[in-house]
Design a protein around this ligand. Structure first.
Ligand code: DUC
Ligand code: ZN
Ligand code: ZN
Length: 468
């Protein structure tokens, strides 16, 4: 069996940093040993392949719990395939994604899963799992959920937004939560009051307000926090846990804080776009604001302070990307003259680890928090821990050697996502991925891609690790 020794680096663990050697045997971590210890020395003498991480951090591969490769939306498809998107993830130090398989309206949840397996099978660069999006909550669909949990699809996303597309009314939400309460599943909620938003959209368009800026105006913060509040109350009635995706509004964070202070099993996620970009982007001229149309929307700057605070206090547990890229040319442009036709979503799967490291550099979060929100917490949340999200004996050898001193400028010219713009174009960040291992295999090293389509495997998941 191949043996690899990652030596000389500062290992970033959940409990802190240590000068340690990581020993890898085959696809797994065999040991994390103190520098100079007998076991580390013995491995060094045994002919193990050596990766010199001197002057670098060594951390678990990132876990992005929220991506949408090839997602159908607004008459088009997200532009990253599983092949291009997982390759870009690897470049950015993310070694596991959890994507969303969409139940077709009128069809079974299983149909969606089968379709997503077919898209991902044999083409992924890194490992992947699936959540299921329920877009048609019927009695039959609810009955499917128990079997899905048992086979490793342990979370279900519902939408309080997008009437006529993915939307579920409160009755459907309550029924799904009741089922999840019985089978250990985690309900993930897109919390925005879509019925009210659609009224505001219609009124804006009737007044001739059609440009991307209006997207940020009609998707009011209060309509996010109202939906979070309602979702929390419904989950209390059902006795189920709740995970609120892509939280962007201060008022929504306040709802989560209230719920968590009451001891409820309620969790929140935010995304780099809400932490680093503001609503001003939607006003960029020549329709370029369309690049920043996503839902929930970008918000005024003061919301960012609440999001960072929520991450520091633990009221927000996870930073995922909601990676859902659409090219400006030919895709975002579908919404010229009507902002409501702009496909919702932004690229970011490649940028998350670097942007969050920049937050460490800026003093917003600690190194430990970086590893927690980007690796360990999403792994725990989605039943992947300790296989993923940690450098522990027995864990998959998914590992990043990170150069904290390198400088880079984020740009579409150099990124690997299959999208014709970067949401962070021109942003200078300190830190850069040097080497990435996925299950013991070097997939990125020093600016070279060494991975292969099909190396990435499907990973069935356990239930949420915060509820044991
Ligand atoms: N929000 C987005 O921005 N894109 C995909 C779906 C979603 O909820
Ligand atoms: Zn969503
Ligand atoms: Zn999403």
């Amino acid at each position: 069996m191949n043996r690899t020794l990652v030596t000389g680096g500062l290992v970033l663990g959940e409990s802190g940093e240590s000068s340690a050697e990581v020993l890898i045997e085959g696809e797994r971590i065999a040991a994390v040993a103190a520098r100079g210890s007998e076991v580390a020395e013995a491995w060094a003498r045994s002919g193990a392949e050596v990766i010199d991480a001197s002057g670098h951090y060594v951390l678990p591969g990132g876990v992005d719990g929220h991506t949408h490769m090839e997602m159908p939306f607004g008459g088009t498809y997200a532009s990253d395939t599983f092949e291009t998107g997982t390759r870009a993830a690897a470049w950015g130090g993310t070694t596991t994604i959890v994507d969303f398989a969409i139940q077709p309206v009128g069809g079974a949840v299983r149909e969606g899963l089968d379709a997503w397996h077919a898209k991902a099978d044999g083409v992924c660069a890194v490992d992947y799992g699936f959540h299921a999006i329920l877009s048609d909550v019927t009695e039959d669909a609810l009955k499917e959920l128990d079997a899905l949990v048992a086979e490793g699809v342990t979370s279900f996303k519902l939408f309080m937004a997008y009437p006529g597309v993915f939307y579920s009314d409160d009755g459907k939400i309550l029924r799904t939560m009741q089922r999840a309460a019985g089978n250990g599943g985690l309900v993930m909620m897109h919390a925005e009051n879509g019925i009210a938003i659609d009224v505001l959209v219609e009124q804006a368009l009737a007044e001739g307000r059609t440009d991307p800026r209006v997207h940020g105006e009609v998707r009011r913060a209060l309509l996010e926090s109202e939906a979070v509040h309602r979702a929390v109350q419904l989950s209390r009635v059902a006795g189920s846990p709740l995970y609120v995706v892509h939280v962007s509004a201060e008022e929504a964070v306040e709802e989560l804080v209230r719920a968590r202070d009451a001891g409820l099993p309620v969790f929140g996620e935010t995304c780099p776009q809400y932490l680093f970009l503001t609503v001003d982007k939607l006003a960029e001229p020549d329709f370029e604001g369309a690049k920043y149309v996503c839902s929930t929307p970008l918000r005024p700057e003061h919301h960012q302070r609440a999001l960072w605070r929520g991450l520091r206090t633990g009221d927000l547990s996870v930073v995922s990307t909601d990676h859902c890229p659409f090219c400006f040319s030919g895709q975002k442009e579908l919404g010229r003259g009507d902002f409501s036709r702009i496909p919702n979503g932004m690229p970011g799967v490649e940028n998350r680890m670097d942007l969050l490291h920049q937050a460490v550099v800026d003093g917003r979060i600690t190194l430990r928090k970086w590893v927690e929100i980007a690796c360990a917490a999403p792994a725990r949340m989605f039943g992947l821990y300790p296989r993923k999200g940690t450098l522990s004996p027995g864990s998959d050898a998914d590992l990043v050697v990170y150069d904290p001193g390198a400088e880079q400028v984020i740009s579409a010219e150099t990124h690997h996502m299959n999208v014709d713009y970067s949401a962070y174009e021109g942003t200078r960040v300190r830190g850069r991925v040097r080497t990435v291992l996925s299950r013991g295999r070097v997939v990125v090293d020093g600016g070279a891609y060494l991975g292969a389509a099909g190396h990435g495997r499907y990973v069935p998941r356990s239930t949420c690790g915060y509820l044991d």
